[in-house]
Design a protein around this ligand. Structure first.
Ligand code: SF4
Length: 338
């Protein structure tokens, strides 16, 4: 447990958290929407500081990050908690779980130990993922700073629901991110996901400006965001931010509270890829479809496959050390070396 960053106290004993755009006003003894930040006698505390709920060595492709140290492994860490409430969350056992003290035993692991484990497991990066890393901000930033000092790279998989000031603080020690852009309609964010669209768009723009390598994932969910109009709007927005942003369009499978919908038809993923091409995006990938040709990276110059993938494994890389295509010398966007 640790005092939280980014909050103000009020004379009534309540506090207002400004870590994410919810700006929860929290009465003494109560918690914010993420359920892991609690008002203890006028002090806001993070209940998940030092309490990882999951830690695994994953291929970086699983995040997915396709243009960031391809073929490497990432030491992946998470606590419980999330500031959105997606009814199809694939990690709901973590995101919807309660922090220690409510039936879950507390495991206290210093940031230093996590970084040591990442080093000893041969990973090239430390990744904050599975649930929403913003809600374990204090723990994440301490691990990220230590990782950078030890020569590891850092990355996060996030819903992008974070305020500008903490994002700027984080940018100093964060190399890459995959941001979920779950829909392009305000009503979907408000009614289904439990947030707002605009702050997520702002995060993507701001990350680009702050020099964080950014990839974006959209889970294409039947009836929620799979119209040509909406997919085109997402692709157009990303192309405006930067045509080099890789866009991962992933296949939905029934999960958590949404088991009434079918898996995404493959033609909807093809449609999303068409929209990406029309918008001018240089890299688009179909996710959750192992064996599909569209999970490999093609050179934007000559069109040859430069990173050949099958699922989460990289079979062949035809790039020079500086990230240029071995066939034609065109620069492929991303972070490929130290
Ligand atoms: S981080 Fe949690 S407590 Fe803070 S504003 Fe967001 S949801 Fe509320």
């Amino acid at each position: 447990m640790r005092e939280a960053s980014y909050y103000t106290r009020e004379s009534t004993g309540a506090v207002t958290c400004s870590l994410c755009p919810h700006h929860c006003k929290i009465a003494p003894g109560a918690r914010g929407i993420c359920r892991v930040r609690e008002n203890r006698e006028g002090m806001l505390v993070s209940m998940v500081y030092g309490q990882p709920a999951a830690a695994h060595v994953d291929p970086i492709e699983k995040k997915p990050l396709f243009h960031f140290l391809p073929g490497s492994t990432a030491f992946s860490v998470s606590t419980v908690g999330c500031n959105l409430s997606c009814p199809f969350c694939q990690n709901h056992t973590l995101s919807a779980a309660e922090p220690a003290g409510q039936g879950i035993s507390a495991i206290s692991v210093p940031a230093e130990d996590i970084v040591r484990q990442a080093e000893s497991s041969g990973c090239r990066s430390l990744c904050f993922t599975y649930s929403e890393p913003t809600i374990f901000f204090e723990y994440m930033i301490e691990m990220a700073r230590l990782a950078k000092e030890r020569g590891l790279k850092t990355n996060m998989v996030s819903n992008g629901y974070i305020e500008k000031e903490p994002l700027e603080e984080l940018a100093v020690c964060m190399d890459a991110a995959n941001i979920d852009l779950k829909a392009f309609q305000e009503k979907t964010y408000r009614k289904i996901l439990g947030g707002r669209l605009e702050p997520v768009l702002e995060t993507i723009k701001r990350m680009k400006e702050l020099g964080i390598w950014c990839e974006v994932t959209t889970l294409v969910v039947p009836e929620m965001n799979d119209s040509e109009e909406e997919l085109s709007a997402i692709a157009g927005f990303l192309a405006e931010c930067g045509p080099e942003i890789p866009w991962h369009v992933s296949r939905f499978h029934p999960c958590y509270k949404w088991t009434h919908l079918p898996p995404t038809p493959l033609e909807k993923l093809r449609l999303a890829m068409e929209c990406a091409k029309r918008a001018g995006l240089k890299y688009v990938y179909a996710g959750n479809v192992p064996g599909d040709f569209s999970e490999s990276t093609c050179c934007p110059g000559c069109g040859k496959v430069v990173i050949e993938r099958f699922g989460f494994s990289v079979r062949k890389i035809s790039l020079e050390q500086d990230g240029t295509c071995s066939s034609c010398g065109t620069a492929v966007d991303g972070v490929f070396g130290d």
